[in-house]
Design a protein around this ligand. Structure first.
Ligand code: SAM
Length: 346
């Protein structure tokens, strides 16, 4: 080993925990919300939160080093553009819901990652007592998950709206579209588009106010149902599956694909928006880590384009292209077309 070689990349990986917990605690304390448009000092911050100056300074310094706060020479702290836009409660793309999901729902589960590994089962919820990750039993999920999904997916949806040719797309069925991010952003970008969000009935109820707040009730319909037991609504030329299939084991993922293929007309499009693991399984990092996350959360994993292409072919769909949504929270979109079935003419 060269004397120059030091384990800094490893140390940097361990800092991930510290950085995330600083973000999570500051968000939970409402630091960025209280600083919106204003400033604080260590002393004022400590007083406001009823804490000593030492911990106050350490948290404010960590947030500054992480690019969440700016400190001037007089020791005054204010939000950066990033925290002002995304970490102030009440702003349209508030990201704190997702931070809360990771902190309160996923982080405790990672303390039991080894159990998940040894038992090959999720640990973020109890499969004996709960039907699925998405059952309405977990108050943290209910309060934060769909709000958090909206904050994450809005940016993927924007990239999809820009990257996919919508000229011939009139009506989209967003299967498992709870949170409403795709429906809202796609409709905003494409004024002639209509979208139906199909999700569990209680999720549709959570999503309805968000559609109302966007003023899109006339173009976005909500359809409550279960994609394993209910037929998917017809009349759509395009079906979207965003971050759905990785939630499920291979058998269930293929059942969902079969239901989507069934709901599409000939020449209809199926769009799978997901972070695809590379066919050679060497990465990329966001897909590989999301896939590991599926170990603690579900029985699923992030699949490869080759896997989807093979499963779709069995259902009469042909992969036409894979769009790279670089910089988006979800990094790819596979676009497949339903091939017209040949009918025997008399
Ligand atoms: C990871 S979220 C993805 C949400 C959205 N598509 C996005 O990308 O922002 C998975 C979604 O699938 C929905 N879902 C889970 N099981 C379902 C089922 N059996 N039938 C219909 N929707 C379901 C959940 O309620 C949730 O909204």
């Amino acid at each position: 080993m060269s004397t120059e070689t030091v384990p800094l990349p490893l140390l940097n990986l361990t800092f991930g925990v510290h950085a995330f917990k600083a973000l999570a605690l500051a968000t939970e304390l409402g630091v960025f919300t209280e600083l919106s448009g204003g400033t604080t000092s260590v002393g004022r911050f400590a007083e406001r939160h009823g804490i000593e100056e030492r911990p106050a300074e350490l948290l404010l310094t960590a947030c500054t080093a992480l690019g969440l706060l700016r400190r001037d020479d007089a020791g005054t702290y204010r939000n950066t553009d990033l925290s002002e836009e995304f970490l102030v409660r009440g702003k349209p793309y508030y990201f704190g819901g997702w931070v809360a999901v990771v902190d309160q729902h996923e982080y405790p589960a990672y303390l039991r990652l080894a159990d998940s590994l040894r038992g090959n089962h999720p640990v973020s919820w109890d499969p004996v007592r709960q039907e699925s990750l998405f059952a309405p039993d977990d108050p943290v999920m209910l309060e934060h998950f769909w709000e958090g999904m909206h904050a994450l997916s809005a940016f993927t949806a924007r990239r999809l709206a820009e990257s996919l040719d919508f000229t011939a797309i009139r009506r989209v069925l967003d299967v498992g579209g709870g949170g409403g991010a795709f429906a809202v952003e796609l409709c905003r970008h494409h004024p002639a588009l209509r979208v139906t969000v199909f999700d569990l009935p209680f999720v549709c109820e959570l999503t309805a106010p968000r559609i109302g707040a966007a003023g899109l009730e006339k173009r976005i319909d909500l359809a409550g149902g279960d994609f394993f037991t209910d037929p998917l609504p017809g009349g759509h030329d395009t079906v979207l599956l965003s971050n759905i299939l990785h939630d499920w084991g291979e058998r269930d993922a293929r059942r969902i694909l079969a239901a989507c293929a069934e709901a599409l007309p000939d020449n209809g499009l199926l769009v799978i928006c997901e972070s695809f693991v590379a066919d050679d399984k060497r990465g990329p990092r966001p897909a590989a880590l999301m896939s590991l996350n599926m170990l603690v959360e579900t029985w699923g994993r992030n699949y490869t384009v080759a896997e989807y292409t093979a499963w779709l072919r069995e259902r009469g769909l042909v992969t036409e292209r894979v769009l790279s949504l670089d910089g988006a929270p979800t990094t790819g979109a596979l676009v497949a077309r339903k091939v017209p079935t040949r009918r025997n003419h008399p």
